[in-house]
Design a binder for this molecule. Structure first.
Ligand code: FAD
Ligand code: PYC
Length: 416
């Protein structure tokens, strides 16, 4: 913690912002660690934090090929919810929603969690049937979700057009505990807290090889900053997971697609909640800076370009303008893409791999930000104990062989 008074803040402002201490050390890689995490996004940094804070692993490092939070953690639209269909998923995502509630206090870093409610619009009878099924399943497993009429949906989100439009709103599912958080604060908060416990955070360090000992157990990594030995390695590399795991000879059932988002010019607070339309692949909220944060669907083709097709964002904006006509004259300031790793059942893989000592946390597709604290927490447990936490036990790689799929395509929304 870096304490400062209002006067100190003013003096720093008047003296060219000099004197700020870095929030984490610029660590040099050591020759060996007790464990390594590949990927400095929220999931990887969080796993390192919980390994140190809850399992006593402090001789560990996070290896990030670019800068921390520069992957999907810093590119996402930050929607948080736990309204998935299966009990296994509700347990996983709701574990995270509960952890979001006091994450700022735990990390002593304001991650700006804002449970302002996430409303998912139904435009067809089939949408309505699917959402009602989710409402009933969620309520049966203790997760809040409720069905709203079009008028109730408009009362919850006054800018919403429920008139006679191309995509009529015939109802909505609302999770009031859902909301948003500040994406880069999540990465920075975990990084600072992990660093304070002795974790080395090593940026500009790309993993280019995975080493095994003669028995086939993982033994370390080759990186752009040299060889590093470790008997346990966790991979949290999101859209690049297939590439990283191939270095260890492990093939995963993942496809990687670009997913895009945009922000508008900032305006005064006018949008009180989060609205998603899965049918038309568009979602919207307003950031604390005042920008409208708008997302689109995935491209139809796999790619690692980190930018998607213009027609995909145009389609999302057309739909947003129809649903919220008051935004028609707003200008978009920027757009970007991220690469998401999608599994066949649209649920993540968190657990052991065929290589002893190598663990993977991937396949979050378009929806892993919401899971960050919960996923990091159970991944750290898995690495520390060499066995899954009860919450991630169903999310194995083997399920694609034994058929115990957890099909969340409808809840994953934009991961089609
Ligand atoms: P990342 O933050 O991507 O971190 C992985 C890191 O691994 C990267 O920093 C990368 O540089 C690093 N890496 C890769 N290869 C190597 C290597 N060889 N060596 C070292 N480091 C490596 N989810 C939601 O829940 N809600 C949303 O509203 C939402 N919106 C989204 C909108 C967009 C446009 C996108 C792209 C994604 C969205 N997501 C959303 C998904 C969410 O962003 C991801 O699931 C989540 O952020 C993944 O976090 P992570 O820490 O696993 O990955
Ligand atoms: O998973 O809620 C989600 C989501 C919204 C936008 C992208 N992903």
């Amino acid at each position: 913690m870096q304490p400062f008074s209002g006067l100190a803040l003013l003096l720093r402002g008047l003296t060219g912002q000099k004197g700020w201490r870095p929030q984490w050390r610029n660590a040099e890689p050591k020759k060996s660690y007790d464990a390594l995490i590949i990927g400095g996004g929220g999931h990887g940094l969080g796993a390192a934090y919980y390994l140190a804070a809850e399992h006593g692993f402090t001789n560990i490092a996070v290896l990030e090929k670019g800068w921390i939070g520069g992957g999907n953690t810093g590119r996402n639209t930050t929607i948080i919810r736990s309204n998935y269909l299966f009990d296994e998923s509700a347990a996983l995502y709701d574990h995270a929603v509960k952890m979001w509630g006091d994450l700022s206090q735990v990390l002593n870093y304001n991650v700006m969690f804002s449970p302002r409610g996430v409303m998912m619009l139904a435009h067809t009878v089939h949408d309505m049937q699917v959402f009602k099924r989710h409402v009933y399943a969620n309520r049966a497993s203790g997760v809040d979700n409720e069905w709203l009429t079009p008028e109730e949906a408009k009362a919850f989100c006054p800018p919403l057009n429920i008139g006679d439009i191309r995509y009529p709103v015939i109802g909505a599912a609302l999770q009031r505990r859902g909301g948003t958080a500040r994406h880069d604060a999540v990465a920075w908060g975990y990084a600072r807290a992990a660093d304070a416990l002795g974790v080395d955070i090593i940026e500009n360090c790309e993993v280019t090889g995975i080493l095994k000992d003669p028995s086939g157990r993982v033994a370390g990594v080759e990186t752009t900053r040299g060889t590093i030995h470790a008997p346990r390695i966790g991979v949290s590399a999101a859209g690049n997971t297939s590439v990283v795991m191939k270095l260890a000879g492990v093939h995963l059932p993942l496809e990687s697609y670009p997913l895009q988002a945009l922000v508008s010019e900032p305006v005064k607070p006018c949008f009180p909640c989060v609205v998603m339309s899965n049918t038309i692949h568009a979602y919207i909220s307003q950031s604390d800076k005042g920008e409208l944060v708008i997302g689109a669907g995935t491209d139809a083709y796999t790619s690692y370009t980190q930018r998607g097709g213009l027609h995909i964002t145009s389609h999302a904006l057309e739909a947003i303008c129809e649903l919220f006509p008051m935004f028609r004259r707003m200008k978009m300031l920027r757009s970007w893409g991220g690469i998401v790793d999608v599994t066949p059942d649209r649920s993540p893989i968190i657990g052991k791999t065929p290589v002893p000592g190598l663990y993977v946390n991937c396949g979050w597709g378009t929806g892993g930000f919401k899971a960050t604290p919960g996923s990091a927490h159970v991944f750290a447990w898995t690495i520390a104990r060499d066995e899954p936490h009860p919450i991630n036990a169903p999310f194995t790689l083997e399920r694609f062989r034994d058929g115990n799929l957890i099909d969340e395509a409808a809840a994953a929304a934009v991961a089609h």
